[in-house]
Ligand binder design. Structure first.
Ligand SMILES: Nc1ncnc2c1ncn2[C@@H]1O[C@H](COP(=O)(O)OP(=O)(O)OP(=O)(O)O)[C@@H](O)[C@H]1O
Length: 307
């Protein structure tokens, strides 16, 4: 469990994190979304105690960062790819980390296998691709078998196969009852890996809800209807809060009604329907809409600040 309470971080005149409050619960993969520069990395650094908050608190497993005796065993983090010494092999890098944290050699081999690096374990990590570097970072995060896993942009540099791999891995970690918190500015990837999202814009909390609700609530549903009697059906469907666009003589785009309702109305009047599809806006569209609103909302404040 991660509990963030009224958390703020200021760097000079930049308020990177602005009174954030949220909880990340165990058992599901929680995505941390926001455009570049919105404060995700700063928040994650404070989570693991690498940066001190200007105000507010963050607790992992009920404790403040400095209260963890062996931090690696409470919270495993991937914060910066390529943190390994390039001359060291993956095995040596992980082994050194293990030794300094009182973790056995067996666990090193386990995380190497888990991250798909067993075969290249003794190669210099300097020759690793970006994706392999990410895998090594994830292996290091899991080394202490932590109850909480925090990964900053783990899909960066991963190919589609790598993204599938990370999705499976995160699902497994969550199913084991761990708290899994993963940041990304890439909506599509996040839609594939998270079940819940926390969205920030300019350091502020914008949304905290299940992925499906996030897309549904923000975008509204649009139903595409194809019928040889589209014009007649259109007349029957019109009403308050219903927007109907006539795409062609046989096709309508309907906003504000469910496909069930449209199908029932057509059936009741004996109007043939050849297609009835609900298109849910992609997470990306929903995200752009949300963060655009965040920027607009913040604009007057910036103007005041500069005056
Ligand atoms: N050490 C620092 N000193 C000064 N400003 C900083 C520092 N770290 C972050 N910032 C600023 O704080 C804001 C938030 O940055 P942060 O890296 O947390 O965002 P992010 O959402 O992780 O972005 P990205 O996706 O690009 O990593 C930015 O305006 C950034 O320039």
């Amino acid at each position: 469990m991660i509990e963030v309470n009224e958390l703020s971080k200021r760097y000079g005149s930049t308020l990177a994190v602005d009174s954030l409050t949220f909880t990340v619960t165990p058992g599901v993969v929680t995505g941390f979304l926001g455009p570049n520069g919105s404060g995700k990395s700063t928040t994650m650094r404070m989570l693991v105690g690498l940066d001190a908050p200007t105000a507010g608190t963050v607790k992992v497993g009920g404790r403040l960062p400095h209260e963890h005796e062996v931090p690696l065993c409470q919270v495993g983090a991937l914060l910066e790819a390529g943190a390994a010494h390039p001359g060291r092999s993956a095995f040596d890098h992980l082994h050194a980390l293990a030794v300094t944290n009182g973790i056995g050699r067996r666990r090193v081999n386990e995380v190497l296998a888990l991250s798909g690096l067993a075969e290249v374990a003794h190669r210099r990590s300097g020759g690793f691709s970006l994706g392999m570097g990410q895998r090594l970072g994830i292996a290091a995060a899991l080394l202490g078998d932590p109850a909480t896993v925090v990964l900053d942009e783990p899909v960066n540099g991963l190919d589609p196969e790598g993204i599938l791999w990370i999705r499976d891995l995160l699902d497994r970690l969550a199913a084991e009852g761990r708290t899994v918190f993963v940041s990304s500015h890439l909506m599509r990837e996040m839609a594939q890996i998270a079940q819940h999202v926390i969205v920030i814009g300019k350091g502020r909390l914008m949304a905290d809800l299940p992925v499906a609700e996030f897309t549904g609530a923000l975008s509204g549903r649009r139903v595409t209807v194809r019928s040889p009697q589209a014009a007649a059906l259109r007349e029957l469907l019109l009403g308050p809060d219903v927007t109907i666009t006539t795409v062609s003589r046989t096709e309508l785009d309907v906003e504000g009604l469910t496909s069930e309702h449209i199908g029932d109305v057509a059936a009741a009047r004996g109007i043939p329907v050849h297609q009835l599809t609900t298109s849910q806006a992609s997470l990306e569209e929903a995200f752009m809409k949300l963060t655009r609103e965040a920027v607009e909302y913040r604009a007057p404040e910036f103007a005041r600040g500069e005056a």
